[in-house]
Design a protein around this ligand. Structure first.
Ligand code: HEM
Ligand code: HEM
Length: 195
């Protein structure tokens, strides 16, 4: 497969929004290790605030573009939950992946895999919830993330979901790298910025 055909599976804007979102999320996870939000916060917290607001813009941009783009995964495949036919296809795909893993095989990577697409959709929902709860905190906080009311609700959601962000990044990027070296897919599918 040539680089052009690999990268042409996803529109250039999809690849750019994905790259921006991925980098923003990595900055969020890194800054969360060093930040202190109390009394106005330190530099790491400032980085967390601004990269978090950028993540919100990227994730909203991703949702809007996935509704209008001609090329790429349809929203109905990212969010298959409302359709019984799509749920059946997802279940069938889960079973094929399970069978492959039991035989210690890497499942053949298919760009239209219902399982992969539904996990990508859940990842987008997760990042939306993180960025939205963080942004809500940004507008309602008075310098204390342990305050009650709306601040407390925003932080409860934010901190509860935080570990899932680590799990998603490690799982998703890990599978990408495994497939790349297993030669079932190239990372250039998403990480080439050629037209
Ligand atoms: C997708 C975007 C975001 C991600 C992935 C993210 C990730 C994280 C993570 C991993 C933590 C650590 C949780 C813990 O220690 O239990 C955290 C905490 C926090 N984040 Fe975010 N964040 C995002 C956006 C934002 C935004 C926009 C703000 C706005 C100010 C924000 C404000 C905070 C605050 C105040 C804390 C709590 C710090 C503490 O009490 O120790 N986050 N975030
Ligand atoms: C936490 C940050 C990330 C998020 C939220 C994210 C989200 C997504 C989403 C939603 C898709 C599906 C796009 C579509 O079909 O329209 C996707 C695909 C992809 N992602 Fe990520 N991603 C992240 C980080 C990464 C990283 C760090 C890598 C590098 C290893 C990566 C590699 C890929 C690849 C190669 C695809 C294409 C898979 C295919 O076409 O079958 N992603 N990602």
């Amino acid at each position: 497969m040539t680089n052009t055909t690999q990268s042409s599976r996803h529109a250039l804007l999809t690849r750019m929004l994905h790259g921006g979102l991925a980098i923003a999320i990595i900055v969020q996870l890194a800054s969360s290790q060093f930040m202190s939000p109390d009394k106005g916060g330190n530099t790491a917290f400032e980085v967390h605030e601004y990269a978090g607001l950028a993540a919100l813009a990227f994730v909203i941009g991703f949702w809007i573009f996935s509704l209008v783009r001609q090329r790429g995964t349809p929203v109905a495949e990212l969010l298959p939950w409302a359709s019984s036919a799509r749920r059946a296809a997802l279940w069938h795909d889960v079973h094929s992946h399970y069978t492959a893993f039991r035989q210690f095989k890497l499942p053949s990577h298919d760009g239209s895999s219902p399982l992969a697409s539904s996990i990508h959709g859940l990842g987008l929902l997760l990042m939306t919830a993180m960025a939205a709860s963080g942004t809500l905190y940004y507008f309602v906080n008075a310098g204390d993330p342990d305050a009650g009311g709306l601040v407390g609700a925003a932080m409860l959601i934010h901190k509860t979901l935080a570990n899932l962000v680590w799990a998603y990044l490690i799982g998703h990027a890990g599978f990408g790298v495994l497939n790349h070296f297993g030669k079932t897919m190239s990372l250039r599918t998403m990480w080439s910025f050629k037209k």
